[in-house]
Design a protein around this ligand. Sequence first.
Ligand code: ADP
Length: 191
Amino acid sequence: MTKKRLVFSGPPGAGKGTQAQRLTEMLQVPHISTGDILRDAIARSTPLGVKAKGFVDAGELVPDELILGLIRERLGEEDARDGWILDGFPRTVPQAEFLDQLLLELEQPLELVLALDVPDNILVERLLARGRKDDNEETIRRRLEVYREQTEPVNEFYQLRLQVVDGNRPPHEVTVALRKLLEVEPEPEHA
Ligand code: ADP
């Protein structure tokens, strides 16, 4: 059976968003990106967005009180019943502990953690080229620091459920590797 409850992990610029989007189409489960949710809330100046903006702009993590309730609600929605791909969450060990507890309550255990591995110098190049609002050099450096300090330990927390994938190659090759890992049938060739 193809695994359908997945966490996508990896540093900023590793290609999580791109790959998660592709997998979501193959697996027919929602792609839940906390970064996208926050950026959307900021763009619409919702109460969440107003509170989160300063943290996001500075490359800092937003406080758990803004994120945990949001995850609980989102995973309780109808379309999340048969699976999901989490991208950008959990970002700290306490967030991972929260998620395990929540999934125990929902009786929906996490099946696999996919970590995209890319060296720092390549990440910085990619992020500068992407040029999102929080992609200036100072913020990038801070986000990478936060990743190494707070998010990388999450991979050790997940040890037994973790699969590391080389993200330093063309997007299509990464997708092929992920598809093999998940044992998703390749798309039929078009004549
Ligand atoms: P990146 O592509 O840099 O990994 P994301 O798009 O996932 O970034 O998130 C952008 C910003 O949103 C982060 O730098 C952080 O400020 C905030 N954020 C996203 N997810 C979380 C989370 N789980 N906990 C705290 N802050 C988060």
